[in-house]
Design a protein around this ligand. Structure first.
Ligand code: HEM
Length: 428
C-alpha cells in the first residue's frame, strides 16, 4: 500500500473552531481515507476516524496522553496532574479509584438524589413566566452530586458553585474573557476541593467511605503515599464537574422530547407503568434506555480526543511521526453513515438489538474503561438521562416559541434557547 507522508499544509485551526464536530469526518471523506495530516495550533497534526483507529488509539504503547491536550484546556477543563494525562500502569492505578465509585448501588443513589432535587425544583417552576431547563438542570445536578460525593455545600453557596463548575466545561474551549472566567473558576474550584480534602485528612469532616471525597482524600499512589492536596482536588473535581456537565445531555433530552413527541408518549407510558431500568421479562430494552443512548449518539458533546504518537508509525496508510498530536474523531464515528443508518436522524429504536462494541459508539471515548481513557462515568450519564427524561415526559408543560437550533459552533454544543418551558400554575 502506498504510504502518504505528512505534507506541509496551511494551519486549519480556524476551520476546526468553525465546525469542531464535523471537521474530521468531512476531511476524511473528502480524501476518501480514515486519516489525514493537517496543521492545528501552528503544529503538524493528524486526524483519524473509524473503529480501527479508535482501537489503535487506546494502545498505551503507541500513544501517550502526556502533553496531548493544549495547555489552555488543561488549565480549565481538566486541571494539572489529573488522570487524563497519565499513561500505562500509573493511569490504571489512578483510574481504579474512579471505577470503584461507579457501582450500580452508588449510581442508583446518585440517581435518586437527582430525582429528589428535580422534584423539588419542579415544584418551584409552577406559574413562572419562563423556566430555562439547562440552568435548572445545572443547579439540580450540583446539589445532588455534592451530597453524593461527600462535598459539603451550604445552600447559600450553591449558585456560586454551580456557576464555577459550569465555567470549567462550558467556557474551557472559548477564547477571550470567557476563557479567563474559566481559568478563574478553575482556581476557585480547586481551592474549594483542596479545602475539602484538607478537612477530611485533618479529621474535621468524615464523609462516608464510599464517597468520592473520602476515596480521593485517602487514595494511595503506587509508592504508598497520599496524593498531594492539589492533585486530590483536581481528581475530586473530575467527579463533580462532569456530573454537572450531564446537564448538557439533559437539555438535549428535553430538545428530543419536544422534537419527537412520540418518544415523550412512550416514556410517559413507561413511567406511568412503573418503568424500571431492568430489561422486561421478554428481554425488551426499556424505552428510556433506547432514548438515552440515542441522545448520547445523536447530540454533540466532545468532538474528539487527543493523544501524541510515542514513536513513528503508519496508520491507515499515513506516516505519523513520533510526538505528533493525533485527534480521534468521536462525533464523526457516532455519525458515520458506514456505521449507522441515517446517522443524522434521531431514532432510539436503532439501539434495539444493538450489538455492543467498544469502538463504534463512542460519545464518551472508546475502549475498555479500565485500561483506556474511556470515561468511567457512562453508567451515571445513562442513568441520569433516563431518570430525568422519564420525569420530564410526565410533567405538564408548555414549550413557548424559541430558537431550538443546536449551536454546533461551540463546545459543548447546546440548543440556543437552552430549552425554555412554562409549567402551568395548576399542573399536577
Ligand atoms: C473521560 C465524555 C460524564 C468522569 C472522558 C472522555 C470523554 C468523556 C470523551 C475522554 C475519553 C478519552 O480520552 O479517550 C463525557 C461526557 C459525559 C461524561 C460526554 C456526560 C456529560 C462523566 C461523568 C464522570 C466522568 C458523569 C464521573 C462521575 C470522567 C473521567 C475521565 C473522563 C474521570 C478521565 C478518564 C481517563 O482519563 O482515564 N469523559 N463524560 N465523566 N470522564 Fe467523562
Amino acid at each position: 500500500m502506498a504510504r502518504r507522508s505528512e505534507g506541509a499544509v496551511w494551519d486549519r485551526t480556524a476551520a476546526l473552531l468553525r465546525d469542531p464536530y464535523r471537521f474530521i469526518l468531512r476531511g476524511c471523506r473528502r480524501r476518501g481515507a480514515d486519516a489525514f495530516a493537517t496543521r492545528l495550533l501552528l503544529e503538524p497534526a493528524v486526524c483519524v476516524t473509524g473503529p480501527h483507529a479508535a482501537a489503535v488509539f487506546q494502545d498505551h504503547g503507541r500513544f501517550t496522553r502526556h502533553r496531548a491536550v493544549p495547555r489552555r484546556i488543561n488549565r480549565t477543563l481538566f486541571g494539572r496532574g489529573g488522570v487524563q494525562g497519565l499513561d500505562g500502569a500509573e493511569h490504571g492505578h489512578r483510574k481504579s479509584v474512579f471505577l470503584a465509585l461507579m457501582s450500580p448501588e452508588r449510581v442508583a443513589e446518585l440517581t435518586a438524589l437527582v430525582e429528589r432535587e428535580f422534584d423539588c425544583a419542579a415544584e418551584g417552576w409552577r406559574g413562572r413566566r419562563k423556566v430555562v431547563l439547562y440552568d435548572e438542570f445545572r443547579a439540580v445536578l450540583t446539589r445532588a452530586v455534592c451530597t453524593w460525593a461527600g462535598v459539603p455545600l451550604v445552600t447559600a453557596d450553591a449558585d456560586r458553585r454551580t456557576a464555577q463548575l459550569t465555567a470549567l466545561y462550558d467556557y474551557a474551549a472559548r477564547v477571550g474573557p470567557r476563557h479567563w472566567r474559566s481559568r478563574l473558576a478553575r482556581r476557585a474550584a480547586e481551592d474549594w476541593a483542596a479545602d475539602v480534602v484538607g478537612r477530611i485528612r485533618a479529621g474535621r469532616i468524615e464523609p462516608p467511605e464510599d464517597t468520592a471525597a473520602h476515596a480521593l482524600a485517602w487514595h494511595r499512589e503506587p509508592d504508598g503515599g497520599l496524593l498531594d492536596e492539589h492533585t486530590a482536588a483536581v481528581e475530586l473535581l473530575n467527579v463533580v464537574r462532569p456530573v454537572v456537565a450531564v446537564s448538557v445531555y439533559l437539555a438535549f433530552a428535553a430538545h428530543a422530547l419536544h422534537r419527537h413527541p412520540r418518544w415523550r408518549c412512550e416514556l410517559a407510558a413507561e413511567a406511568a407503568a412503573g418503568g424500571t431500568d431492568e430489561a422486561a421479562a421478554d428481554g425488551a430494552v426499556p424505552a428510556a434506555e433506547l432514548f438515552a443512548q440515542e441522545v448520547r449518539r445523536h447530540y454533540p458533546f466532545f468532538p474528539f480526543v487527543a493523544a501524541r504518537a510515542r514513536h513513528d508509525m503508519v496508520l491507515h496508510g499515513l506516516r505519523i511521526a513520533r510526538g505528533r498530536r493525533v485527534l480521534l474523531d468521536l462525533y464523526g464515528i457516532n455519525h458515520d453513515p458506514l456505521l449507522w443508518e441515517a446517522p443524522d436522524d434521531f431514532r432510539p429504536e436503532r439501539f434495539r438489538g444493538w450489538r455492543w462494541n467498544l469502538y463504534d459508539f463512542v460519545p464518551q471515548g472508546a475502549g475498555d474503561p479500565a485500561t483506556s481513557h474511556r470515561c468511567p462515568g457512562e453508567p451515571i450519564t445513562v442513568s441520569l438521562i433516563k431518570a430525568v427524561s422519564r420525569r420530564l415526559s410526565r410533567l405538564d408543560y408548555e414549550v413557548p416559541e424559541q430558537d431550538f437550533t443546536v449551536d454546533m459552533g461551540r463546545v459543548p454544543a447546546l440548543p440556543r434557547s437552552r430549552c425554555v418551558i412554562r409549567v402551568p400554575e395548576a399542573s399536577t
